[in-house]
Design a protein around this ligand. Structure first.
Ligand SMILES: [Zn+2]
Length: 375
């Protein structure tokens, strides 16, 4: 055999190895995350139970019902609208696995855009998975996904996305779940997911619906509660209560002209009180340095410390970063404040629960401590 033939065979074998290895990683990204029903989960449903057209589709995400059996209201919590904002999924998971509901019920959709968890954005160099050791043993793993629906499920993007209100957005926003509300049963894949979630809110008559997010530290709406105008009283009192706990939040009223977002369309197209919340996530920011699992979990980044020194950020930032415990703790404590204030304002629709760690408990004990063991 000639030398160049040997080299060619070697290169072919090497290429085959790379293709198989990349393919296995690709398939691995499609495997579902383990979420363990906690003490109050009475049943689960799928999005297609509310919008049958989604049956058999990858996006047909699981809905968890935490029901007390006692009369009261309904609160819905949505995680994973943007799967590259991990505190949203991780907060929803702690509710599912820990909450003990004694009045009313909580509906949790931890992975609202499940399609977005099936890929991530190669040029962002994001880690594919994040890991936590649990107190009871074993390691729990969650996917770190993309901001948007997988192009395998929705392709191609138009040059300009014109939403249902005739507003023009950049083409990739056509796959952004938080631009497609109130959804359209005949619309694109993402708009159909929006329609399914809208149907959950309407058919279950959710009294208070909370959409959990994270944002880049350089983004102005951060450590924030954004409220539909019917929810503004509720959100105002919650922000004051949070300040008493040393948790600063800015309060934003949902802009009436910015269409397609949860805090606008959930409130306009159902009777629910609509809220969106943001925490600070350096791993999705534009001026971050090395992007790895440690950055996702600790939020420590020298570039952001520098940016803060230069006064360029909308959130305090020092060498302590913004760990995942802080971000999940903020979401869970603010959710509790909102629910307790709803109970005060409208006692007939009260939802009472306990067992979920707050900001200070998470900061002390760590996130993994509150996950159920995978053994
Ligand atoms: Zn988001």
């Amino acid at each position: 055999m000639k030398k160049n033939e040997k080299i060619a065979i070697f290169l072919l074998i090497f290429a085959a190895f790379v293709i198989v290895a990349a393919g296995l990683e690709f398939v691995d990204q499609w495997k579902p995350d383990l979420i363990i029903p906690g003490p109050s989960v009475t049943r689960t449903a799928r999005l297609s139970d509310y919008f049958p057209k989604l049956k058999g589709e990858y996006c047909d995400t699981t809905i968890y019902f935490l029901e007390s059996g006692e009369p009261g209201g309904t609160v819905m919590v949505l995680g994973g609208t943007h799967p590259n904002e991990p505190s949203s999924l991780l907060s929803a998971v702690l509710l599912i696995e820990n909450a003990v509901v004694t009045q009313g019920r909580i509906i949790v959709i931890p992975q609202a855009n499940l399609s977005g968890f099936s890929h991530n954005d190669p040029q962002e160099a994001s880690p594919r998975k994040i890991h936590f050791e649990t107190a009871g043993g074993g390691v729990r793993v969650f996917r770190y996904g993309s901001r948007a629906t997988n192009p395998i499920h929705q392709w191609p993007d138009p040059d300009i996305y014109i939403n249902q209100f005739g507003q023009s957005l950049s083409g990739s926003e056509t796959r952004n779940l938080n631009r497609g509300y109130p959804g359209d049963p005949e619309g694109n894949y993402t708009e159909q997911i929006c329609y399914g979630i809208m149907e959950v809110i309407r058919q279950e008559a959710s009294d208070l619906s909370i959409d959990l997010h994270e944002a880049s530290p350089e983004y102005p709406v951060i450590n924030a509660i954004v409220a539909h105008e019917r929810a503004i009283d509720l959100a105002s009192i919650a922000v004051l209560d949070l300040q008493m706990e040393d948790l600063d939040y800015s309060l934003e009223i949902s802009p009436p002209s910015f269409r397609g977002l949860t805090h606008r369309e959930w409130g306009d197209y159902s009777d629910t009180l609509a809220i969106l919340m943001e925490t600070a996530n350096a791993s999705q920011g534009r001026i971050r340095g090395k992007t790895d699992e440690a950055l996702v979990l600790t939020g420590k980044d020298k570039m952001y410390v520098k940016a803060a020194e230069l006064g360029r950020l909308y959130v305090p930032y020092d060498e302590n970063g913004h760990p995942i415990e802080e971000r999940v703790g903020r979401h869970l404590t603010a959710t509790k404040m909102l629910v307790e204030n709803m109970n005060m304002l409208w006692p007939e629709q009260a939802v009472v629960y306990h067992g979920v760690p707050d900001y200070y408990e998470l900061m002390e004990q760590g996130y993994g401590n509150y996950l159920l063991p995978s053994l």
